[in-house]
Ligand binder design. Structure first.
Ligand code: ADP
Ligand code: MG
Length: 680
């Protein structure tokens, strides 16, 4: 037998099992060896029943004292109940399919059971434990691997198959470059395979797992590096002193928070060094990212360089434009706003000033990406809310000036683990502090029957001159999904809040209609804005103090956090109501987290734990390959190490041409299925 032989070479694998294995991607014996257990059952030691805590899973050895089975042959599901003892305590064992099992147990015989003990009215109970007669050939006392389930292939069968081919483990080739294996102190693939399938020692299992998790993350990171082009991070760019930024900070009526200061020091170091800045600045809405952008842009202007900040919507670009005009007036700067909706003549004028260098700071939407926008001496490029842009857009912007520094800002609180993966080519700064005096939004969980009371409270806020957002998960009524639609909700609120102006906005409306409603809301002409999640993208209405989220269970944590971030921007006390009737464990947990913390980072980390990374990014995760062993929520350290190693590998051999990298290349291609056109 060789590892390249088909699985059908093993005895007992006929056409049917061959098909099942094939569907799981297992065609050769090598593939089979690489099909790893998902967990282990420690069956080395028999435990006394009396020592077990309810909920604990264990191996016990006990004698049957009595047997109860009514044995009605017409009812297959008559339960079988055994009273057992191991001398330390008695317990009951129950099987619901007693029909088949009754004859396998005899009174006064001793059996070995493996299962979870529960406590039922103070009686110890094992429901459906695995069992075998003590001392029989199936009575093995070892650590048993548990494999991911395959249809028609039992655990026992899979364990047998692995035993049949165990000797082949030594043939598993080392495919990682030798220096990497040495540096990372990885065990060999042969050692990993042996210890994962035939575990004898917990520590060795961990060593084996480490190797495989590292392998997987290294492959992932190498692929991502190839997609991005690693050379970027070593490029040079213009550098300039940042004293003008410091002076501006000193002139502000407030002092920077600790988080802002730390991020600024990093930005400053980047800008003052000849290495190109490539930095991701993360911070919750309101944490003060824009101030840092202004400081960096001022430093650029002071040194005679142009800078640009790109926002995802016209509304946001306008807001930036207004605040820049206000905050940076009297400094002799020329600040322009470039968006597609301005008249042609005006646009031409702006384009000329960008090209001849008289425009010092440009605020723009993606209109800036067009070919005809040419800068005279661009030194700094900032992208706001970067998650709204794809990699290709980010790239087009940075291509405007090969030697400009890059700063991307985001309020999406991506846990550091994922930031490393998703933006591995960027350095990451996080602002985890909020300006002093900012009041946290009061968050409350509301049951359906309390809605009336809640809307009466909303009305009282409106009477005080405040505004409110009300969000529903759907646009219109659906037969399939039981949840409130924005349209229904709008009708309801027009009736309920009839003294106030209520408007509806949703994603299916025309862009002009949408922005009209948004503008009316921003100007205070509308008091209640009913919407779907379209408002998720940053509009800044300081007067809005209430956020109601209907059917909150239908939103992810990150989304809830983004929505809540729409309020609490003014001085007034703000409120967020999560309306739900769901009793699902995850919905309740989410609501609890929302009520407990307002830190986007904490929320993102909890979200990652709660749902796993696959779902956190959902469809936005565009083509990030699936991982089989690595868990991004848990293997953060390994990920960082793998990323470093991948970076080094790709820097030394950008196309993986070296003979030692051939297998790495193959693995990357297999993981990304040849599809490495990532567009995040
Ligand atoms: P972000 O872009 O991160 O959402 P902004 O930069 O728009 O946040 O800041 C939100 C508001 O907080 C602005 O009005 C800004 O002037 C103010 N601000 C920023 N930093 C501080 C600070 N350190 N202390 C007090 N107020 C601050
Ligand atoms: Mg902002």
């Amino acid at each position: 037998m060789k590892i390249s032989d088909p699985v059908s070479t093993v005895s007992g694998v006929g056409p049917k099992k061959e098909q099942v294995l094939k569907e799981a991607g297992i065609e050769t014996l090598g593939d089979l060896l690489a099909y790893f257990p998902r967990s282990y059952e420690d069956r080395r030691n028999v435990r006394p029943i009396a020592d077990l805590k309810p909920g604990e899973t264990a191996l016990i050895e006990a004698t049957v004292l009595s047997r109860r089975y009514s044995g009605n042959p017409y009812k297959k599901n008559t339960p079988l109940s055994l009273l057992i003892t191991d001398g330390s305590a008695n317990a009951e064992v129950v099987y619901f399919n007693g029909h088949y099992l009754a004859k396998l147990f005899a009174v006064n015989e001793t059996y070995v059971f493996y299962g979870r003990m529960t406590e039922n009215f103070a009686r110890r109970q094992f429901v459906h434990p695995e069992f075998t007669r003590a001392g029989s050939k199936d009575d093995v006392r070892e650590i048993l691997p548990v494999y991911p389930d395959l249809p028609g292939l039992s655990q026992k069968e899979m364990r047998r198959l692995q035993h049949e081919i165990a000797a082949l483990a030594d043939e598993m080739p080392e495919w990682l470059p030798a220096d990497l294996v040495h540096e990372q102190r990885l065990c060999s693939p042969a050692y990993a395979v042996r210890n994962l399938h035939f575990p004898v020692d917990g520590r060795k299992v961990l060593e084996a797992k480490y190797r495989l998790v590292f392998e997987e993350l290294f492959t992932l990171e190498t692929g991502l590096m190839l997609v991005r082009g690693s050379s970027r991070s070593t490029r040079r760019a213009v550098s300039f002193p940042c004293a003008a930024g410091d002076r501006f900070a000193a002139s502000l009526p407030f002092s920077l928070t600790a988080g802002q200061q730390e991020a600024w020091q990093a930005i400053k170091a980047d800008l003052e060094s000849p290495k190109r800045m490539n930095r991701l600045l993360q911070g919750d809405v309101g944490s003060g990212k824009t101030v840092l952008a202004q400081m960096a842009m001022l430093a650029a202007a002071d040194a005679g360089y142009q800078s640009v900040i790109m926002a995802p919507t016209e509304l946001l670009a306008r807001q930036h434009y207004e605040s820049f005009q206000r905050d940076l007036s009297g400094k002799g700067l020329t600040i322009e706003l470039l968006i597609s909706s301005i008249p042609k003549k005006e646009k031409d004028r702006i384009l000329r000033s960008v090209e001849d260098g008289s425009c010092t700071m440009l605020i723009a939407t993606h209109a800036v990406l067009e070919e005809n926008v040419v800068f005279a001496n661009l030194g700094l490029v900032i992208t706001d809310e970067q998650h709204r842009f794809g990699v290709s857009q980010r790239r087009r912007l940075s291509a405007k000036a090969e030697d400009a520094n890059i700063l991307v800002m985001t309020a999406t609180p991506i846990p550091r683990t994922l930031a490393v993966i998703l933006f591995g080519d960027l350095d990451v700064s996080q602002i985890r502090t909020m300006p002093a005096g900012r009041q946290p939004v009061k968050t409350t969980l509301v049951r359906r029957e309390e809605r009336g009371k809640m809307y009466r409270f909303v009305a009282s806020q409106l009477r005080e001159g405040r505004q409110a957002y009300v969000v529903a998960p759907l646009i219109s009524e659906s037969e399939k999904i039981e949840a409130l639609s924005a349209e229904e909700l709008y009708e309801e609120l027009v009736r309920k809040l009839k003294d106030f102006r209520v408007a509806l906005v949703h994603g299916a409306m025309k862009a002009e209609e949408k922005s009209q409603v948004m503008e009316d809301f921003a100007a205070g002409r509308i008091q209640v804005l009913v919407s779907t999640v379209v408002i998720e993208v940053g509009i800044n209405v300081a007067n809005a103090s209430v956020m109601v989220i209907e059917n909150a269970e239908r939103f992810g944590l990150a989304q809830l956090h983004q929505l809540r971030g729409r309020v609490g921007r003014g001085t007034a006390e703000s409120y967020c109501f999560l309306v739900t009737d769901s009793s699902s464990e995850i919905a309740v947990k989410r609501a609890e987290i929302m009520c407990q913390t307002t830190s986007g980072f904490e929320i993102a980390e909890e979200d990652l734990k709660l749902r796993g990374p696959g779902e956190v990014f959902g469809t936005r995760q565009h083509g990030l390959p699936e991982l089989s062993l690595a868990d991004l929520a848990r293997h953060q350290d390994v990920l960082e190490r793998a990323a470093q190693a991948a970076k080094k590998t790709v820097q030394e051999d950008p196309d993986l041409q070296a003979p030692t990298h051939q297998e790495v290349r193959k693995r990357v291609e297999r993981m990304f299925r040849g599809n490495i056109s990532l567009d995040l």
